[in-house]
Write a protein that binds this ligand. Structure first.
Ligand code: DGL
Length: 277
């Protein structure tokens, strides 16, 4: 299975996929050399997404997860037209937030490109017509995560600036509409406290992927073998657990490789992605 993001944020999705489908071989591509996608043109994001998806297909993947809200918004339709494997994209969690919210006021944190996307507009119209959806673009946050400045004072300042107005307006649910943001959860919780619902998409995407694999008869093992494999996986040590995953980053800068290792919490090898055209 291939999983990609504009950078290292998609690891928050990869983690959920690996947990739910531990027997699947995974290839992760972080495009840190070209992040953030939120500052790029639509064409640029579409072209990069296509090049990475083509690369993943060349590696023999049987499905592709676009672990990036921005790339999903810009490129998922094109990828579905050009790939002959299932393509799973991300959606900001508007639907569950609308069901959970008591105040009827929902905050969405995302990149400017996602905030401006028709996809977000469509989701809001479909699932949260009777709610107040406060969409907050968060310039700079992706860069802070890419630089592993998760609890840096500047990061805290940005988060405060983006989140406080949403809370002041009565938001009781906060959607993390960018896969980089779950890594900022402790810093976000410092601002929101524990009474606010915070929704991310990693787990629902992993579940959707599992459903799609089942529907297409693509899951790695048949049901009766699963128990044995789960037991086997549990017995493996943490280093071996990541051995079924190949990690790539488009940047050779050691900073991103180090950040990936810290975010993954296990020793991993990271390869530099070949130049894609
Ligand atoms: N992780 C990406 C997302 O979910 C970040 C986008 C960007 O690079 O701007 O949107």
């Amino acid at each position: 299975m291939g999983v990609f993001d504009s950078g290292i944020g998609g690891l928050s999705v990869l983690k959920e996929i690996h947990q739910l489908l531990p027997h699947e071989k995974l290839i992760y591509v972080g495009d840190s050399a070209h992040a953030p996608y939120g500052d790029r043109t639509e064409k640029y994001v579409r072209d990069r997404s296509q090049a990475i998806a083509d690369f993943l297909l060349d590696q023999g993947v049987k499905a592709i997860v676009v672990a990036c809200n921005t790339a999903t918004a810009e490129a998922a339709t094109q990828l579905r037209e050009t790939m002959d494997v299932p393509v799973i994209g991300l959606e900001p969690a508007i639907k569950p937030a609308a069901q959970l919210s008591k105040s009827g006021i929902i905050g969405v944190l995302a990149t400017q490109r996602t905030i401006d996307s028709e996809r977000l507009l469509g989701l809001t119209e479909r699932y949260a017509k009777d709610k107040k959806v406060l969409a907050q673009a968060c310039p700079g946050l992706v860069e802070q995560v890419e630089a592993y400045k998760l609890d840096h004072p500047d990061t805290q300042k940005m988060l405060n600036q983006y989140i406080s107005p949403l809370l002041e307006q009565g938001a009781d649910s906060l959607i993390l509409g960018c896969t980089h943001y779950p890594f900022l959860l402790p810093a976000i919780r410092e601002i929101t406290g524990n009474d606010i619902q915070i929704l991310e998409t990693g787990r629902p995407v992993a579940e959707q992927l599992k459903r799609v694999l089942n529907q297409n008869n693509l899951e790695a093992v048949i049901q009766s073998q699963k128990k044995m494999i789960i037991k086997y996986q549990a017995e493996k040590n943490s280093e071996q657990n990541s051995s079924s995953i190949t990690f790539y980053n488009s940047s050779s800068d050691i900073q991103y490789h180090q950040a990936m290792k810290w975010l993954w919490h296990e020793p991993i090898n990271i390869k530099v992605l070949p130049i894609l055209t």
